[in-house]
Design a protein around this ligand. Structure first.
Ligand code: ZN
Length: 311
């Protein structure tokens, strides 16, 4: 919320920049006449901001720490997407409310589905939570985030062809950073003995991380967090935590930690910290950007899997 308000307010705060787009860019703000881009949630908003290279203003709807699975836009959000020339969604059932929001504002601009071209993982079936849909959390693999960046750049270029060179340069710079991030994650995980590469989290958001980086994840709740676990499921998880001596136990920033905290207590393990799964933190938090989120999560997970004392 705060971030969006700041972005919308920026042109008003920088009247001189209206005449000097280069100056506006240097200050990290888009010129008032800049194209507006709407992103459904924070991770897309951050990647889009990188690709936009100061030529476009990015408005993010579901903000920091928000649960984008079940987000309910308010009238102020319709106002925020009005006039956008590009709208970016994750797709795969993650943000259908965003499509409805665009429909309600008669959005006529270019639509980008960030997951286009990615091979989906089928959502893990959870007892009492029966759907065979695609798992939407593709961004947890840094290589997929690079695909997101390519799809976003294609959308921005289509809507603003004059910006092609700027968007392509920003996209390529971001892709290079994401490739380095991908290598770094692999190095970090490699420092953990294979049998110790297990993490228990609140909801099932890490299937792509698991597939890419070889860490097993146990989750208390399903992909979209709708199903409360049964007593039997909780008992089974407690048994596994004890049997495998699992020490990496995490709550997530956008979920209610109650079930997981109770489970950890009953299993006799402490909660290792808070992972950022489906939303970034605010600007002062540890996961203000996608790259910061990945580095924060991996550093926490690796220390907890190795059962190192917390800092
Ligand atoms: Zn999720």
């Amino acid at each position: 919320m705060r971030r969006r308000a700041l972005l919308l307010a920026a042109p008003a705060l920088l009247p001189a920049a209206a005449l000097l787009p280069e100056a506006a860019r240097a200050q990290g703000a888009a010129a008032p006449s800049a194209m507006r881009v709407a992103a459904s949630f924070t991770i897309l908003g951050d990647l889009a901001t990188s690709v936009a290279a100061g030529r476009a203003t990015v408005v993010t709807i579901a903000g920091a720490d928000a649960d984008a699975h079940h987000f309910q836009p308010r009238p102020s959000h319709a106002e925020a997407v009005r006039g956008a020339r590009v709208a970016i969604r994750n797709g795969w059932g993650f943000d259908p409310w965003f499509d409805r929001l665009l429909g309600s504002t008669q959005f006529g601009g270019r639509r980008v589905t960030a997951t286009d071209g990615i091979q989906p993982i089928e959502a893990r079936p959870m007892p009492g939570h029966n759907h065979g849909s695609r798992d939407p959390h593709a961004w947890q693999d840094a290589r997929h985030a690079a695909t997101y960046a390519r799809n976003i750049a294609a959308g921005l270029i289509a809507a603003d062809p004059e910006g092609r060179a700027a968007y392509e340069a920003a996209r390529d710079a971001l892709a290079a950073r994401l490739a380095a991030l991908d290598v770094w994650v692999r190095e970090q995980v490699a420092a953990v003995p294979e049998a110790r590469r297990v993490v228990l989290t609140s909801h099932d958001a890490f299937a792509y991380f698991s597939a890419a980086y070889g860490v097993r994840f146990l989750a208390v709740q399903g992909v979209a967090k709708q199903a409360e676990p049964s007593a039997q499921q909780v008992a089974n998880l407690i048994r596994r935590v004890r049997a495998e001596n699992i020490t990496a136990v995490f709550v997530e920033n956008m979920t209610n930690p109650a079930v997981l905290k109770r489970l950890a207590q009953e299993a006799g393990v402490r909660v290792s910290g808070r992972l950022y799964a489906d939303a970034l933190s605010g600007p002062e938090g540890p996961a203000a950007t996608y790259e910061a989120m990945m580095r924060h999560n991996v550093a926490l997970m690796v220390a907890a899997m190795r059962n190192e004392p917390r800092v």
